[in-house]
Write a protein that binds this ligand. Structure first.
Ligand SMILES: Cc1ncc(COP(=O)(O)O)c(C=O)c1O
Length: 392
């Protein structure tokens, strides 16, 4: 039988990290000890007390049933309390909080819940690639908002043409940003709210890195901006804040109508989060934030090793104020980022991500994840130097 997948799959790229995995396997098959700085996956374990909470909860058969798609009431209450303590934002746990199986699932489901075919979505370029397939599936049209270093990688709302503003239905934002690592101020969010109100555009702010922040910086929640809850929602995730990427646990908060629409979609398409995982997340959200502060110190230490090393080799890395990503210009002007990343892998055994994988606007940059310990980070710099990837 000739099985033909849906035509819409032709519009999906091969997922960026699948392609990188393939290159990595080829090197490993040749016996290379590849240092993988491509995927943004925390390398250290989930805190012990969170794992212990899961262990106890999993032994209780009451927790073995189909979970509610919205999340346990206690989970939603813990999220609301956490938002209050982190950002001073008030949320109604019944209508303004919902669990999602990762912010990736939330962000990719949202267009299906909000868009009619032909409606336009404003998307930063470069961006996390998982924003696009949901828009394609919903038949939406993308208008990219280019990000430039000269504007601190903030989407410039003034650059969105008037006729695009008028037909846009949804705007996606992401601070601290993957891949650019940029953060934004509350004033910027106030501008976004005014823009969204004027043109009736729903805002979805993806904020999984809001707590992964260095040098005393702070990333406000979108919902801190007055009026934000009238125009949009925010996603936050347990993945990075509590090293729980494999657990698939995140939440959407904010505008009750948007949360309701996403909930209707979810209740028909997927399920809630396994309840023992929700109990473990409650332990994390209601416990101290010391663990998160400690991992930030660790990432900051690794960042400084890498930045000093790269600067010594003549690269021009940008000091990332947040996230575990260094977003740095390709040090060989004119070399495409994919070609440069392949050269780094083949000559130094270090896997980094070509900026072009995050969109046209990412060309000219590479992203380096801070997901190995400091000693290994020193080794990365040594390997780059020995491979002649120096530009002094
Ligand atoms: C910007 C951004 N959003 C969402 C995700 C996925 O988060 P989650 O694990 O909650 O699905 C990632 C993961 O790398 C990310 O970088």
């Amino acid at each position: 039988m000739n099985i033909k997948p849906a035509d819409r799959l032709k519009h999906f790229p091969v997922y960026l990290f699948d392609a990188l995995d393939q290159q990595k396997s080829e090197q490993e098959a040749k016996g290379v000890d590849v240092i993988d700085l491509s995927v943004g996956d925390p390398d250290r374990p989930t805190p012990k007390y969170v794992v212990e909470t899961l262990r106890e909860a999993v032994l209780n058969p009451d927790n073995h049933h189909y979970p509610s798609f919205k999340g346990l009431p206690a989970f939603r209450k813990a999220v609301a309390q956490w938002y209050k303590s982190q950002y001073g934002v008030d949320l109604d746990p019944n209508t303004e909080v919902m669990s999602v199986i990762g912010s990736k699932a939330g962000m990719s489901g949202l267009p299906l819940a909000l868009l009619n075919p032909g409606e336009t979505v404003l998307v930063p370029d470069p961006c996390y690639p998982a924003y696009l397939p949901g828009i394609v599936t919903a038949g939406g049209e993308v208008h990219f908002m280019p990000l430039f270093e000269s504007n601190d990688f903030l989407p410039d709302l003034n650059d969105v043409p008037e006729e695009v503003r008028r037909r846009a239905k949804l705007m996606i934002l992401n601070f601290p940003s993957n891949p650019t690592a940029s953060i934004c101020t509350l004033d910027y969010f106030k501008e976004v709210v005014a823009f969204a109100q004027k043109y009736e555009i729903i805002v979805a702010h993806d904020a999984p890195y809001s707590e992964m922040i260095f040098d005393g910086n702070r990333q406000p929640s979108f919902l801190e901006a007055p009026g934000a809850k009238e125009v949009g929602i925010e996603f936050h995730s347990m993945s990075k804040t509590f090293n729980m990427s494999g657990w698939r646990c995140a939440f959407a908060v904010g505008n009750a109508t948007v949360i309701g629409a996403l909930g209707k979609l979810k209740s028909n398409l997927d399920m809630g989060i396994f309840e023992p995982i929700q109990h473990a997340a409650i332990a994390a959200l209601t416990g101290s934030m010391d663990f998160t502060h400690e991992i930030c110190r660790v990432y900051q230490g690794r960042r400084d090793v890498l930045l000093q090393g790269l600067a010594r080799l003549g690269w021009k890395p940008r000091k990332n104020p947040a996230t575990f990503f260094v977003w740095t210009p390709v040090p060989e002007p004119g070399t495409p980022s994919g070609e440069f990343a392949t050269k780094v892998l083949q000559n130094a055994g270090v896997l980094i991500t070509p900026g072009a994988g995050f969109g046209k606007g990412g060309e000219g940059y590479v992203r380096i994840a801070l997901t190995v310990e400091e000693d290994r980070m020193h080794e990365v710099v040594d390997r780059l130097e020995k491979a002649g990837l120096t530009y002094v």
